[in-house]
Design a binder for this molecule. Sequence first.
Ligand SMILES: *Cc1c(COP(=O)(O)O)cnc(C)c1O
Length: 568
Amino acid sequence: MTPPCPIEALEPFEAFSAALAELSRLAEARFTTPTPREQPFVAPAAALDRALVVLPDELPEHGLGLSRTTRVLLDDVAPALNPGQAGSRYFGFVTGGVLPSAAVADQLVTILDANVQVHLPTETVATLVEVHALKLTLSLLSLPVQRWTGTVTTGATSSNVLALACGRDAVLKRAMAARGHADWDMAEDGLADAPAVTVYVALPHASIKKAAAIVGIGRARVVDLGQRVSVADSATAEQLARARAAALDFDLDALEVRLAADSAAKQGAIVVVGMSEVNTGALAAQTPALRQLCDRYGAWLHIDAAFGAFASLVPGFEWVAEHLNLADSITSDAHKQLNVPYDCGLLFVQRHSPTAHHSPLDELCGPGRGSAPAYLAAPPKEEGEGSTDPVLAARREYLGALPSPLFRNIENSRRFRALPLYAVLLSQGREGFRELVLRNVAFARRLEAWLRAEPCFDVLTPQCDAPKPDVSGPQPWCGAWGYTIVLFAASSEAPTCFRGEGGGARLAQAIKDTQLVYMSATVWGGQRAVRAAISNWSTGTGSEDLDFTVTTEALRTVMRKAASSAVA
Ligand SMILES: *Cc1c(COP(=O)(O)O)cnc(C)c1O
């Protein structure tokens, strides 16, 4: 008896082709009728309820096959997803969206099952494209490629995990050398004899604690040294906003005391700078001073610039690139501001020298003193295939010398997620991304100005003037606030506005309920608030200012409703 074929192989190619055609129609709807009615921000309750009931939760003994599975995906799963989150008025979290070129590249990766793993220079250009994508991203960020190397991760969180691990190893190496163990190596010898490492932060992203937990530093050793400013009960809203915002800046004196103590105790220290805080969009402007302290006391300097790195494209914010360039490691995300589909994160680490590909990342993830498993080793170099074309010969040599991607990341095999990144960089170019970021910033700042003028709303970040284009250094307040996030609450002083604890989850829910725009709830300085993060490539591109008009109309509607229910 012949063994049965896999069930999908029995179906004609037409079934696959028909499924792809349906996807294509879905894509067309996404790009041509991107209104929340067709592309809701949250799945309709009926679709969610239906999915809860009808989605199979048992492994079928006899598989459904392609056609019936496609029906499950398109009829039962898809309506219960939230396609609006890739749209122009989804301002939740920092979600970005998907540029069409990235969508094409991503389909290509899926159809070819393309991965990046062992460096096979005579078999595939995957490694080369990943390296190109990283180089192009460095160029977009105005960072010198001779100084930086990196990898493409699943997101900023995994980049932070790798960065803290690199930092941990570097500072522990120093600490152990000071204790007389010159050859000690964390990646090799492990935690058993290692002294403590402390991570210093000022209002960091939550993923820093997660990373500290994962790499054996410990969440309790993440110490917040943000400035504490107390305000009088009679403080104005602006004074309160400034006092709360001070928590985003390090108390440099306190930090120096701690770093000096760690150094004297022959322990390790890592300083993490937030270059785009998720509630406020604040861009830390203290990096030069932090670099000096880190150099003085042998600490590692990491910058988490998940979406803020791209602020350097905005006139007046060029200093962001200069500050990034002072770090030992940089986290960013392509699946946020660059509008590449999930998942695509970025990690950059300083090279050991301008001519070396290697960095602490390779010591962390490489085979170390051992050797790579034979089946993952790069194939031996072929002799005698030298090209007579000197350009081609040089390129081949360059390609052959690239480090193996599996030795600079957590994963061995990984999705070729560099391809969508490469695609958007080629498609948009520097000018295209500058325009995209500027449009996001302009929308956010215009929304802020509108909210400040509306008596029913309080903007919770300090006020600032437009950045002055002729000033190249960091511009306090303006430099720090003029990015893509807007943080606000219902005014406490206007009695007919949203009242009670309406600043946070209830207000955010009322905004979502309009189905015209999506924003998320947060808490800032103890106050419930709402934040709008502008990061989609298409925001503000529609006709006649549609996105802005609809957004402000939705906010007005929420307040009118609140007012009428307050009267009733
Ligand atoms: C979004 C974000 C993260 C987490 O990124 P993921 O890609 O979701 O893992 C970390 N830090 C900052 C500053 C962020 O904005």
